[in-house]
Design a protein around this ligand. Structure first.
Ligand code: TXA
Ligand code: MG
Length: 326
């Protein structure tokens, strides 16, 4: 299949392109689209064969459910069995935005979308082009638009690298704003839980609901990358590891969290600086770029203690990326 690429203005999306993409969804095809977090791979949420294709092209295990992307609360009402007041409050406060909410699913939500679970994950992206697309194409079941296990895509090139020739189209609105996936809260019973840290600080949710919410431990496997990702446990190890790799003639990339420390060496493919408090997370872009530049290792400086909010979400992703040693 030849994948079509459509350039789209994020704020003023061309209605003809949106209609063309919506028609592809109607025909049971897959279309990748931008959101404020990462690119999604969309199929009609009620089109079982199209949803099956998502699992096939990504190589994703079938028990891993998909978020359903909506553009209005009316769409939500058709997807849930119950709609607690507190869920409505979160939607009114944080939507459109990087918060996904898991609620008891209406029987009409296909099994395959829910991964066989009782809940359906709902998300309303804060992105004009995405909302225009969902408005026309109806609720879209969509995971991140990467191959299973790979870092999520934050631009259309990343989507192309993973899915070119396997999906009908990509809506390309440039770089995503946040660069990290949405925060997920499960609201299935009386106790709520954050299942994944992400683009919305859990503290803001606690404030809105005026109660403490448990954050589930990160149980996700590593990203699959062609380079080895190392996270130094302290500053000495950081330099020693870099030194050791270079002595062995390996190409390394380095990441630290302040712009000051630069190590000049020709074996350093690139030195990156991540501001842990930045609202725009570059982590996935960096991992993919360092791979493309042919680095054998990417070494992260030790993470500071006591991070909170978005910085803690980012640290969560760095930990997830890192191999155990280092
Ligand atoms: O920002 C995001 O959330 C992006 C953009 C594209 O919206 N989407 C995304 O989707 O990251 P995905 O599939 O890569 O990650 C969603 C996570 C999965 O780990 C899945 O297990 C969990 O949400 N999830 C989805 N529906 C669920 C449900 N009904 N019950 C429990 N977990 C669910
Ligand atoms: Mg994903």
């Amino acid at each position: 299949m030849i994948t079509q690429y459509f350039k789209l203005n994020e704020n003023v999306p061309d209605p003809r392109i949106i209609s063309q993409a919506a028609r592809l969804i109607e025909q049971g095809e897959l279309v990748a689209f931008p959101t404020e977090t990462v690119y999604g791979l969309g199929a009609g949420a009620f089109q079982i064969e199209a949803v099956e294709k998502i699992f096939q092209v990504k190589g994703r295990p079938p028990e891993n459910p998909l978020l359903v992307h909506v553009s209005s609360l009316i769409q939500v009402e058709g997807l849930v069995r119950s709609f607690p007041e507190e869920a409505r409050l979160l939607m009114e406060t944080f939507w459109p935005g990087p918060l996904s909410i898991i609620l008891p699913a209406a029987p009409s939500v296909p099994e395959i979308v829910r991964g066989g679970k009782a809940g359906v994950g709902l998300r309303m992206p804060d992105h004009s082009a995405a909302l225009a697309f969902i408005d026309q194409a109806g609720p879209l079941a969509a995971p991140s638009a990467n191959l299973y296990g790979r870092p999520s895509p934050t631009n259309a090139d990343h989507v192309k690298a993973d899915l070119d020739g396997k999906i009908a189209a990509v809506l390309d609105a440039g770089e995503t704003g946040i660069g990290m996936e949405s925060t997920i809260i499960e609201m299935m019973g009386k106790e709520y839980r954050i299942l994944r840290r992400g683009g919305l600080d859990p503290e803001q949710i606690e404030k809105a609901l005026n109660r403490k919410i448990e954050i589930a431990a990160n149980q996700k496997p590593h990203y699959q990358t062609s380079l080895k990702v190392l996270l130094a446990k302290d500053q000495d190890t950081y330099y020693e590891t870099a030194d050791h790799c270079m002595r062995q003639g390996r190409k390394i990339a380095l990441v630290n969290y302040s712009p000051l420390e630069k190590l000049p060496s020709q074996n350093i493919t690139k030195q990156y600086y991540i501001n842990l408090n930045d609202q725009n997370v570059q982590l996935y872009s960096i991992l993919r770029e360092a791979e493309e530049l042919g680095a054998d290792f990417i070494i992260f400086a030790p993470l500071p203690e006591g991070l909170s909010g978005m910085a803690a979400s980012l640290a969560d992703r760095i930990l997830r990326a890192a191999n155990p040693e280092g």
